[in-house]
Every structure is written in C-alpha cells, then in structure tokens.
Design a binder for this molecule. Structure first.
Ligand code: ADP
Length: 464
C-alpha cells in the first residue's frame, strides 16, 4: 500500500470519527432545541389565550362554561396549527378548537391543574392525530380553579425536521469523507512526488555513473532538504569514487614504471653473454628499482592506513616525540652540512595516534632535509590553548607557485624534484594524518628562499 493511499485512508478514518461525533452532537442539540421551542411557544400561547379570554368569575355551576375565548387570538393559534381545549374542573370538555379536538384530559394533568400547577405531556399518535405535545394550565378566579385550558401542538414538524437533519448528515457525511480522502490522496501525491523522483534517480544511479543529480528546485521543506541532502551525498560519493579511480590509475602507473625499467634491464642484459662487472652493474640498477618499488608500496600501505585510521585517542607528548624524530634525522642533515634545530614552547600534549604523528613529523623533516642543499632546517612546536602547532621550515630550494597548490596531492612531485628519490606520497600521507586528527596542514614557500610546512592539531580530536 502506497504512502498516499495510507494517508487518504487515515484522513477518511479521522473524518469519519470527527463527523460522527459532530453529527451526533448537532442532531441531539437541534432536536432538543426544537422540542423546547415548541414547549415554549405552547406555554406562551396558553398564557396569551387566558389573558385575552373573558372569564366569568362569579359563576358557580361547574358544568357551565365560564370562559369566552378571544376569537382573533384563537384564529391565530389555529392558523399556527395549534389546538385549544377548555375543560370543566370535572374533566368534561367544554370547548375544542383546531386540530386534536378529540384529545381528552389526562388524569395526571387534571390533578396538577386542580392543584394550580401547569403541566406538559406528550400524547402518542392516535388515528386522528399524530404525536402531540400538550400544555395544560388551570384558569383561576381568585384562588379557585374554575376551568382548565389545554394548548396542543403537533410534534410532526419537529420529527420532520429531525429526520431531514439526520438524512442530510447521513447523506452528506460520505460525500465529505470522499472529498477529504480524494483531497488527502492528491495532496499526498503532490507532496511526495519529489520522493518518487528521488527513487527513480536512485534506481538509475550505478557506481559507474554518479554524475546524475536530482536538481529539484529548493522548496525549503522536508522533501526539499531530503533532495538537497541526497544530491550532496551523491556529490561526495562521486568525488570519492573519482579520487579512488584516479588513485588506482596513478598507483598502477607508478608501479609500472620501475617494473618496466627492471624488465628492460633484464632484457638488455640477457641479449648476450656479459662480463661479470656488467652483470654487477645490472644487478645494482635492479636493486635501485626494487628499493624504489618497496618505498612506493610502503608509502601506499602508509596512505591506506592513514585513510582508514580509526579515531586516534591515546595521550601523546610532542615535547618528547619531536626531539626524537629530529635526532633520528640529524645524521642525514649533518651529512649534507645542514644546521638542524628544534624549538619547543608550552604544553605539547594532545590526544592522538603516536605512530601516525611520528610518520607525519618524519615525512616533513625528511623532505626539508632532502630538498635543502645548504643552510638550516628548523622544527618549531608550540602548544597554546586548545591547539598544538608544529612548523618545519627550511632554507632550501622552495616550491614554485604553480606547484604549491598541488604538493599535497597523491603522487604529485614538482618536476625539479624528480631527480631526488621519492614517491610523491609523503605529503599526501601527512595531510591524511592531520585530517584524521581533525587538524590542518598548510605550506608557504618561496623558490630559492625556503619552505615552511605548518601543522595545527587540536588537543582533542573532534570529528567534523
Ligand atoms: P616526494 O618527496 O616523495 O616527492 P612528497 O609528497 O613528500 O613527495 O612531496 C611532494 C613534492 O613537494 C615533492 O616532490 C617536492 O617537489 C615538494 N616538496 C615537499 N617538501 C618540500 C620542501 N621542504 N622543499 C621543497 N619542496 C618540497
């Protein structure tokens, strides 16, 4: 069952309950109001009738009629469908006008009237009249009841109105419910149509073609936000897939080059018999290429590890780590005649992954030593507030502005560095590690003057 059908059914059920309760209330309230208004008009008519009648106060014979009704008023009441009767105190009918002339005086009403009270009663339908409401009022002379007036009105009108109301409610409700259900269905269809679009697009999308987007107009509502989020997710997936594909291509390419070189060395060497020193030189060349290959695979592994690293959280003191890394590279720096200095300020503790942070520092300091022909390399670390900053600066060859934006890309090597051994993955690994610690890495450089790499790490890594 689709969401819109369910929505329409829910609306119908809700309307059924609401209309049922409302209809019952209206039916009962209107019925009650009709009945009381008939009673009120009977009471009022009786009072008017008695007030306008001529009453013989002195008459003593109870069997004679002491009341002369006002003909104008009686005519008026008859025209309104009311019946008028006057009884003697014995209960004998003295006068009857209008419909329900055959109505007798009920014993209960007679007793009440003789005691000076008015009474209201409902008479069941007879062959002559339908159901009738009767108001009985005593006519008094001083304290004495001398006759009894009875005004009656048919309940047929009230019943007819009640029936019409019931019929209207019973006939109208299914129509209203049907309209509400259809409206609910259409509204739901309209509101949910972008979701159908999302479903269709999601079905069409495969890993090969992540360039599709929903591009729904921004409606600012829940569905609009869903569509926008879906597009953003597709964008991220697309970017991630493209990066992975490019990475796999680059990796294959980088691995192929040393392998091709090795194959050609072997091919050339085997063309004819060689002298021992020629074999030795070929083996040396092969050894160079295999060490390049193993450096590359080691870096690829490092990168994969840095990428899939879970959130690092052990306490690390860079105040110990930085000098250790600097000392481990001092022999290489001194071999090139470089001055390697280390400056530490403030509290350098943070929570992170020790091995990854060592790799990051090693890569930066190693690069600084590798790309600096003479002068100095300075490692500066400072802890202030929530951030620990590490800066590795050198007085080396620098990086030209056209290469600078790309140095953190995988396999990227500035042309002039191709002579130095390397894989082009070192800085990419550094960036992955900095990001895994919710930190950042930036570079400033001037060709011929030197470069400075700055890593800013929060003391506690909070994932973005
Ligand atoms: P690799 O050093 O293996 O080539 P990296 O990713 O470590 O790869 O560095 C990428 C490129 O950035 C290098 O090839 C080099 O051109 C440049 N580079 C990195 N560090 C420095 C530095 N300290 N001084 C000058 N150039 C640098």
């Amino acid at each position: 069952m689709t969401l819109r059908t369910r929505f329409a059914l829910w609306i119908s059920a809700l309307m059924l309950v609401t209309l049922g309760a409302f209809g019952a209330f209206v039916y009962l309230a209107v019925g009650h109001w009709l009945a009381t208004s008939l009673d009120d008009s009977l009471r009022l008519s009786a009072a008017q009738l008695i007030a306008a009648s001529d009453i013989d106060h002195g008459q003593l014979d109870v069997s004679e009629n002491p009341v002369t009704l006002d003909p104008g008023l009686t005519e008026q009441l008859r025209a309104r469908g009311m019946g008028i009767q006057v009884f003697a105190t014995s209960g004998r009918l003295l006068q009857a006008l209008g419909p329900s002339a055959t109505l007798s005086l009920e014993p209960g009403s007679l007793d009440a009237a003789l005691a000076g009270r008015t009474s209201l009663s409902t008479r069941a339908a007879t062959s002559e009249t339908g159901e009738v409401r009767v108001f009985t009022q005593p006519i008094t002379a001083g304290q004495r009841v001398i006759a009894i007036a009875q005004v009656s009105g048919s309940l047929a009108n009230v019943e007819a109105l009640r029936h019409t109301l019931l019929a209207t409610l019973l006939l109208g409700s299914p129509i209203v419910i049907a309209i509400a259900a259809a409206g609910g269905y259409l509204l739901a269809r309209r509101a949910l149509s972008p979701i159908d679009e999302i479903t269709r697009t999601a079905r069409r999308i495969s890993a090969e073609d992540l360039s599709r987007r929903l591009d729904l107009p921004d409606s600012g509502d829940e569905v609009g936000r869903l569509a926008a989020t879906f597009d953003e997710m597709l964008g991220r997936l697309d970017e991630a897939f493209r990066r992975e594909r490019r990475f796999a291509n680059d990796a294959a390419h980088e691995l192929r080059t040393p392998l091709a070189v090795m194959q050609s060395i072997i091919g050339v060497t085997r063309q004819r018999r060689r002298r021992a020193d020629e074999y030795e030189s070929a083996l040396d060349d092969l050894a160079d290429e295999t060490s390049q290959l193993s450096a590359l695979t080691a870096d690829l592994l490092q990168l994969a590890k840095a990428e899939s690293a879970t959130r690092p959280s052990e306490p690390v003191d860079l105040g110990e780590l930085v000098p250790d890394v600097v000392e481990s590279l001092r022999p290489a720096a001194e071999a090139k005649g470089l001055v390697l200095t280390c400056e530490l300020h403030g509290d350098l503790t943070l929570s992170g992954d020790t091995d990854a942070l060592i790799r990051l520092l090693l890569n930066l300091v190693h690069n600084a030593v590798k790309y600096t022909a003479g002068g100095s390399v300075t490692v500066f670390a400072e802890g202030a507030g929530d951030t620990v900053t590490i800066r590795v600066s050198d007085t080396g060859e620098g990086i030209s502005p056209e290469h600078l934006p790309h140095v953190f890309e995988r396999f990227y090597r500035a042309d002039e560095s191709r002579s130095a051994p390397g894989t082009g993955l070192g800085l990419a690994i550094c960036q992955e590690i900095a990001h895994a610690h919710c930190g950042s890495i930036t570079v400033t450089s001037e060709p011929g003057v030197g470069s400075a790499f700055t890593v800013a790490l929060p003391r506690t890594s909070v994932p973005a």
